[in-house]
Design a protein around this ligand. Sequence first.
Ligand code: 5BU
Length: 265
Amino acid sequence: MSSHLQSYGQRAQNFTNPAAKLLLETMERKKSNLAVSVDVTKTKDFLSIIDTVGPFVCLIKTHIDILEDFDPSLITQLKELSQKHNFLIFEDRKFADIGNTVALQYSRGVHRIADWAHITNAHAVPGPGIITGLSSVGLPLGRGLLLLAEMSTKGSLATGAYTDATLRMAENNRDFVVGFVAQQRMGGHHEDFLVLTPGVGLDSKGDGMGQQYRTPREVILDSACDVIIVGRGIYGGDTAESVRAQAQRYQDAGWSSYLERISLP
Ligand code: 5BU
C-alpha cells in the first residue's frame, strides 16, 4: 500500500529515525496533523500561545531568532510545555551553508538548536555536504532533518529538477533525513517520507508579501501531505479564546481530511 494511505501510526514502523517515529506516534495519539508556527517577537507571547495551542498540535514550529528577549531559560520552559502537552519541536532554521558551518550553527551559538529541536530543516542548495555536517551533530542525539523541496511562495525557484535532486539527496540519507517541507507528496520514490506543508489558511489567500495559502483539505487530501503548518491563521486573534478556537478548527479540518484520505479505495 502506498505509504500515504497507511495510518500515521502504521507508518512509524517505516522509519528508523526516533524523531520521525515519535512524531507519527504523537499524531496518531493526539489525532492531530497540525503544526503551529509561532512567529512572535516576545517570550511572553510565545509561551502563552504555545500553552494555548498545545493540546491541539503534534508539533510546534519555531523561528527562535525572531525573539528579541531570548534567554536560555526560555528553552527550559519550551521543553516543559512540550512535555505537558506532548508535542515535538521543529526549529525552522533553513540551514544553507557548508557542512562545517552548519554543524556549528546547529550545535553552538546563542540558541544551541540541536539541544532542544527534535526536527530542523535545510536547503538542498549546497549539496549533500550540508546533510553530512548537520547529521554529525543531530544523528547521535536522535534528531531528524527535513529538506526544503518546495516553498509556498509565489515565484519560488525550488521546482522541477531542483526538487527532484532534493528528493535524491534525501533518499541517500534516510537515517537522518525524515522528509520534506513541500507543497505536495512527490512521486518517484519508494521510501516513506514525511511531508510538512506551510502556506495553509482557511480565511485568506495570501499576505501581500508572496505567501500563498491553501486549505487543509487541499493540502492533506488533494496533495497527500502529512502535516499542515499554520501561523497567523491561528495566533492572529487577540484573545486566548480565539487562538484556542482557531487551533481546534484547524486540527479538525486537518484530521478529517486525513481520515478521508486513508479511506480512499
Ligand atoms: P503563516 O503565518 O501561516 O504564513 O506562517 C508560515 C510559516 O511557515 C512561517 O514561519 C514561514 O517562515 C514558514 N514557511 C512558509 O511559510 N513557506 C515555506 O515554503 C517555508 C516556510 Br519552507
